[in-house]
Design a protein around this ligand. Structure first.
Ligand SMILES: CC(C)(COP(=O)(O)OP(=O)(O)OC[C@H]1O[C@@H](n2cnc3c(N)ncnc32)[C@H](O)[C@@H]1OP(=O)(O)O)[C@@H](O)C(=O)NCCC(=O)NCCS
Length: 166
């Protein structure tokens, strides 16, 4: 049910149990976690993978595990995300610190957005970003999004919503 997408350098595929150790390491890095709610312990990391997979089951779309094709290494996650309470359907991204600076987030998110446009018929996409997360804002802008409005993520995190028409 979860499709696999292939880009020039990346594969976007369903998370598996085998991704756990690498994923737990990625989200235990304070620099990665700084603008996404702080470092996650192992159980939180495991539950996040479960939520990514469950989101596909409930909504019919969701987050992919992103693998560097050359090395086979899990480098991050990207995809569509719209849990209860979210301002609107967004495209999101989190990558291992060691994978930053390669254009991977933009490449993966572009494929995810295109999948949403063609498979779901999306006509708009957004991204909710913490103020100060300049690297993430740069990804949104590279994709073509522009600042749209401020919003609140439950329980009370103020975010900037970037968005674009598709
Ligand atoms: C947000 C995040 C994914 C951005 O990662 P990133 O690597 O900076 O973003 P991109 O993948 O678009 O890469 C862009 C960089 O790669 C460089 N690059 C190198 N080779 C490239 C190539 N072949 N193609 C495109 N860009 C390339 C670009 O020049 C740019 O570098 P710069 O930052 O020095 O200008 C990353 O910082 C992250 O995971 N943060 C923690 C989690 C998080 O906050 N997520 C967002 C929640 S809203």
């Amino acid at each position: 049910m979860i499709p696999t997408l292939t880009t020039e350098r990346l594969e976007l595929r369903a998370f598996t149990e085998a991704d756990f150790e690498t994923w737990a390491g990625i989200v235990a890095d304070p620099e990665v976690a700084r603008y996404i709610g702080g470092v996650r312990d192992r159980m939180q990391a495991w539950l996040r993978i479960a939520a990514y997979l469950g989101h596909w089951q409930l909504r019919g779309y969701g987050q992919w595990a992103v693998v560097e094709r050359d090395s086979g290494r899990l480098v991050g996650r990207s995809g569509l995300w719209f849990p209860e309470g979210w301002p609107e359907l967004e495209v999101g991204w989190t990558f291992a610190r060691s994978a930053w600076g390669n254009g991977y987030a933009t490449e993966a998110a572009r494929a995810a957005v295109e999948w949403g446009r063609t498979e779901l018929g999306l006509r708009r996409i957004a991204s909710a970003i913490a103020p100060g997360n300049t690297r993430s804002i740069a990804v949104a802008e590279r994709l073509g999004m522009r600042f749209d409005r401020k919003a609140v993520l439950p329980p009370d995190d103020e975010v900037l919503v970037y968005a674009m028409a598709l």
